[in-house]
Design a protein around this ligand. Structure first.
Ligand code: EPU
Length: 358
């Protein structure tokens, strides 16, 4: 069988390809617009010494330094209705579709549930990786199956939701499977009868109607996000920079007795998700700035890249800033913060299972 032609670019600036906009370059890049290119680059050719890294729209990835590897940016397009019955509609979307365009499309098709996840930056293919979530909804609830190219076995696979081990901002794609599968398409199963979730106080406040439709919830979510979160085009950022720490109810009560205003949300299993944004604001990080980097003035959990800190700061400077924040949280509250976006450096790429055997 004739192999599809693959156009590998030598040397690519990554600053424009991730929303945190750190200055970095990759030695090679491939813009993946046709999934039939995948068999041709698998296993990766000698030209890139076998090393590769998969990228969507770069809204949850930070490139901390120059990378000697093939960056594969997934630009696969296409979406449609697979089937429907009385209660559900099944929609498919290629991994390179813009997430929010797909949310809008799902509502026009009469499939509900994704409205709370409106206006989240990024692509459809990235959504399952960190199990995107907002305003009381996580995407795993609506995923049925994920279609992928398997770089280990050189074949197409369909992975059922139950095998992905989804949890808060995590899945096997982000942990033990990292680098193995390139997601090409996601299939969603959406209810045709709306069941709006307005449990999140910000959304409830923004809604004027007492019986809101999913479209109204989408509008409310968009207006809340636009007010609270910086537009990466104006102020580079990667959304929430740290996960909200999860504590047992008794550990939370102990902290709360000392820090009486501390904000936490009950979650199943007698646990509490502590608002990391509150911890950072308490410690004075809201609007704080250290050279090029800082915490956003309206939401402390969002680290921002001001791009104008004098001399150009590096990924190493960012690590120092992160350490300052984590040390401060540990010293005052005894809590460990975990970085949420993926921080990419050469060491991480070299350690990927497939990269390290080639
Ligand atoms: N808060 C402060 N000061 C701050 C920020 C927050 O006191 O500077 C307190 C407030 O009490 C606020 C509470 O923290 O009510 C929660 O803040 P917010 O509603 O902004 O949500 P979050 O917990 O900081 C999480 C997600 C967001 C998601 C929102 C809404 C994580 C890591 N982040 O943020 O997701 O949009 O809830 O559901 O779970 C993302 O992952 O990139 C992201 C933006």
């Amino acid at each position: 069988m004739e192999k599809t032609k693959v156009n590998i670019i030598d040397g690519l600036s990554l600053a424009e390809r991730h929303t945190f906009a750190l200055a970095a370059r990759s030695s090679h890049a491939l813009m993946l617009e046709d999934e039939q290119q995948l068999p041709s680059i698998s296993p990766p050719s000698d030209r890139i010494q076998g090393k590769y890294w998969l990228l969507g729209e770069g809204s949850n990835t930070l490139f901390l330094e120059d990378i000697d590897a093939l960056i594969i940016q997934v630009l696969l397009k296409g979406k449609g209705v697979i089937k429907e019955d009385q209660d559900f509609i099944w929609l498919r979307a290629a991994a390179g579709e813009h997430w929010d365009d797909f949310v809008s499309y799902s509502l026009t098709q009469g499939g509900f549930g994704l409205e709370n996840l409106s206006w989240i930056p990024g692509s459809v293919g990235a959504a399952p990786i960190q199990n995107i979530g907002a305003y009381g909804v996580e995407v795993e609830a609506y995923i049925e199956v994920i279609k992928c190219w398997d770089f280990f076995r050189h074949q197409w696979v369909s992975i059922a939701k139950s095998d992905c081990d989804f949890s808060y901002r995590n899945s096997n794609f982000k942990s033990c499977w990292r680098g193995r599968y390139l997601i090409t398409e996601v299939v969603f199963k959406l209810p045709k009868v709306p069941n709006v979730n307005t449990s999140y106080p910000d959304i409830d406040r923004a809604l004027e109607a007492s019986l809101p439709t999913p479209e109204m919830v989408r509008e409310a979510v968009i207006s809340v996000r636009k007010k609270k979160l910086p537009d990466p085009k104006q102020l580079p950022n990667a959304g929430s920079f740290f996960k909200n720490p999860i504590l047992s109810q008794s550990d939370f009560n102990r902290l709360k007795s000392k820090f009486t205003d501390m904000v936490g949300f009950k979650i199943p299993g007698d646990q509490v998700k502590v608002a990391a944004g509150w911890l950072l604001e308490y410690l004075g990080f809201k609007g704080h700035r250290d050279g090029q980097f800082g915490c956003y003035c309206k939401q402390a959990l969002i680290l921002v890249n001001h791009l104008d800190g004098g001399s150009v700061s590096s990924g190493q400077d960012l690590r120092v800033y992160i350490r300052t924040i984590c040390d401060s949280v540990r010293a005052t509250f005894g809590l460990e913060l975990e970085v949420e976006p993926v921080m990419v450096d050469q060491q991480l790429i070299d350690r990927l299972p497939l990269n390290s055997v080639l």
